[in-house]
Design a binder for this molecule. Structure first.
Ligand code: ATP
Length: 306
């Protein structure tokens, strides 16, 4: 059914479908494209106001297509309202899979995933999704105007709301420089955006969405120094006052987090702050050494390029 090749693309599709969903009929369509996911007959009500709290308790998971390959093994952690938690770990350790389960893209074979205390399998999938904003690593840009691309975060938002979100996301400056401002066509056959600009569009979408839980899959690609600063500032604004779970690739991001979860082969192997984990000399210390050193080198090279 899916042409999407990666989990983040898949999550985007899911996000798109569930944002478009209004009626029971649409819900049926969502469930038709994710046949393993069944909406509960009598969903439990998610508490209001939403806090965006996430809890995993002894979660075991394998993808339905590869049932013999354990991807998450006894994963337990909790993120309290307003907390910022970074997830780091080698490629394939299961970081994105955590995001998929929070959004109930799949059901685990063991354990439970809760959102604001309610098992996600007991909640209405549309209500659950409306409380989550996902900023994916590969931002999807549609062949439409800049305004429409941002409005995708909350269909029905007014032009003023779109502009306010763009301003907060540091996207206003580059949009103002486009030939037709917010009406400019981007995406296929339109203006091509830089990596940093795409990211700021995604941040503007998430600001507009105004969900209590933010799932952020930080881009790995290096940005030029100016873009880096603008994106980092925009992210800080987006995270303010929200519960945030971030797959982190940048030192600035982990330093900004209350706690870091270190994943390896589907398990949480370490937890702590950057300082405590760096001092512990375990997997995090090795990853940080490798990744942040490489990043600093790339950034210096980018900064010195005329
Ligand atoms: P990266 O940093 O490279 O994005 P990750 O830590 O986010 O990696 P996941 O994307 O969660 O890791 O993947 C964990 C494992 O699950 C990998 O072995 C991957 O091949 C596998 N996997 C991911 N998505 C699927 C899927 N839709 N179907 C089957 N296996 C999958």
């Amino acid at each position: 059914v899916f042409a999407a090749s990666s989990l983040s693309q898949l999550s985007e599709v899911w996000s798109e479908i569930s944002q478009a969903a209004g009626s029971a009929e649409r819900l049926g369509e969502i469930l038709a494209v994710t046949p393993d996911i069944k909406a509960p007959e009598k969903p439990l009500t998610l508490p209001e106001p939403a806090r965006g709290e996430v809890a995993f308790v002894a979660v075991r998971f394998a993808y339905p297509t590869r049932p013999e390959t354990r991807i998450l093994d006894d994963v337990t952690f909790a993120v309290k309202a307003g907390e910022r938690v970074a997830i780091v770990g080698p490629s394939g350790s299961g970081k994105s899979t955590l995001f998929a389960l929070v959004q109930r893209f799949y059901d685990p074979q063991g354990g439970v995933v809760r959102f604001d205390g309610v098992p996600v399998a007991e909640a209405d999938p549309v209500a659950l999704r409306s409380r989550i904003a996902l900023v994916p690593q590969d931002v999807a840009i549609f062949a439409a105007s800049v305004a429409e691309n941002i409005r995708y975060g909350r269909p029905g938002a007014t032009d003023e709301e779109v502009a306010a979100a763009a301003r907060m996301a540091h996207a206003e400056e580059f949009i103002a420089r486009m030939p037709e401002g917010y009406a400019s066509l981007i995406g296929e056959r339109g203006v091509t955006l830089s990596g940093g600009q795409r990211q700021r569009i995604a941040i503007a979408r998430a600001i507009l969405r105004d969900a209590p839980l933010l799932l952020l899959d930080e881009a790995t690609s290096a940005l030029d120094a100016e873009s880096e600063t603008l994106v980092q500032e925009a992210l800080s604004r987006l995270m303010a006052g929200r519960t945030t779970l971030v797959i982190a690739h940048r030192l600035a991001t982990v330093l900004d987090c209350d706690r870091i979860l270190v994943m390896d082969q589907g398990r949480i192997v370490e937890q702590g702050t950057h300082a405590s984990l760096a001092a512990a000399g375990g997997l995090y210390a090795r990853l940080a050494e490798l990744q942040f050193k490489t990043q600093a080198t790339v950034e210096r090279a980018a900064a010195s390029t005329p």
